[in-house]
Design a protein around this ligand. Structure first.
Ligand SMILES: Cc1cc2nc3c(=O)[nH]c(=O)nc-3n(C[C@H](O)[C@H](O)[C@H](O)COP(=O)(O)O)c2cc1C
Length: 328
């Protein structure tokens, strides 16, 4: 267990913020798997303060997924502070600031990982957000803009001095995007340099890797992103291994139940049409953990509403296990 401000984080394993992915239904699935903390996708501070309906929708939550961190992006300290107040009013447990997104449309506004080149701006944003809310505050950074501008230690100290309660580091450079490997040594260096909790993010692809990141770097939290999209069971698998010393493998029946639950949650929160569209992407990710990947993928294109979803699941699981699904 560790704490972010006063918020207790029951175990080290945390769901990464992922744009277009870590919506409420997916977070509820991941929370059930045992993740100690989940993050929203990144939310525009400007959109939030302008009261845009879609942006405000990203703050929708539910008591069973708590604690929750809402991630904000932006470049303007006042807007970030106002947006943080909106997050606080929504009763969300943690405000996380995005200083690591390398997407062009974010960089061109001076937000996300572009901030790594502006230590002063980072100081202004973090201290103003800190002054404007009492909600625990975390900041997610990269290693710097490029190897020639590897300023992660300087930035981490600024973030700590300005009052943030934890730092998440995805140790790649902005210019790298997602290429190459995350340099876990950077996590270790930051852990040595600051007194607040440090969460490592990058390239945890299995249970052993998750435990290894913690052991090798001394980090307090281990964030899991892409692997959780294809194998949401990873959190349960890690905790099970730690508690029993044994590996946990979900059965096909458990997968089927999970997939149906995921669709039901999407339908409940987004309606049938949006649920169907989103479920195609979800199943593409899940197919990478399931047998007969190609067969599942070829069925996905026909997903268009709840009846086609159920018939897809029926035919797929009949192929892989000989079982059938009930429609209720
Ligand atoms: C589809 C996708 C969307 C992402 N969106 C965000 C985001 O909104 N905010 C953020 O800080 N990081 C975002 N990331 C980065 C992840 O949080 C994480 O730091 C990165 O993927 C490395 O971890 P992993 O190897 O476990 O995926 C995103 C990554 C992916 C793959």
């Amino acid at each position: 267990m560790f704490k972010i401000g006063l918020v207790k984080i029951a175990n080290p394993f945390i769901l990464a913020p992922m744009s277009g992915k870590t919506n409420l239904p997916f977070r509820l699935i991941i929370k059930k798997m045992g993740a100690a903390l989940v993050h929203t996708e990144m939310i525009s501070s400007e959109g939030l303060i302008r009261g845009q309906k879609k942006t405000a929708g990203y703050l929708e939550t539910n008591l069973t997924e708590r604690p929750l961190a809402a991630q904000l992006f932006g470049a303007n300290p006042q807007s970030m502070a106002k947006a943080a107040q909106i997050v606080e009013q929504a009763g969300i447990d943690i405000v996380d600031l995005n200083m690591g997104c390398p997407a062009k449309k974010i960089l061109k506004n001076g937000a996300g990982a572009a901030l790594m080149r502006s230590p002063q701006r980072i100081a202004q944003i973090v201290s103003l957000v800190r002054k404007s809310t009492d909600t625990p505050l975390t900041v997610k950074i990269r290693s710097g803009w490029s190897p020639a501008e590897a300023n992660y230690l300087q930035i981490s100290r600024i973030i700590e001095d300005c009052g943030a309660e934890a730092i998440t580091i995805h140790p790649r450079y902005t210019k790298q995007g997602f290429s190459g490997m995350a340099d876990w040594h950077v996590i270790h260096e930051i852990k040595d340099a600051v007194h607040i909790p440090v969460i490592g993010s990058g390239d945890v692809t299995d249970v052993h890797h998750a435990i290894e990141m913690k052991e090798r770097t001394g980090c307090d939290g281990v964030m899991i992103g892409r692997e959780a999209l294809k194998n949401p069971w990873i959190f349960k698998q890690i905790l099970h291994l730690q508690q029993t010393g044994e590996a946990f493998h979900p059965t096909l029946e458990a997968w089927r139940t999970l997939i149906i639950e995921h669709f039901s949650l999407l339908e409940h929160y987004f309606g049938e049409k949006r649920a169907s569209n989103h479920m195609r992407g979800v199943l593409l990710h899940y197919s990478r953990s399931l047998p007969k990947t190609k067969e599942l993928r070829s069925l996905i294109s026909g997903l268009d509403g709840k009846p086609s979803f159920l018939s897809l699941i029926n035919s797929y699981f009949e192929q892989v296990s000989g079982g059938t699904l009930h429609e209720d």
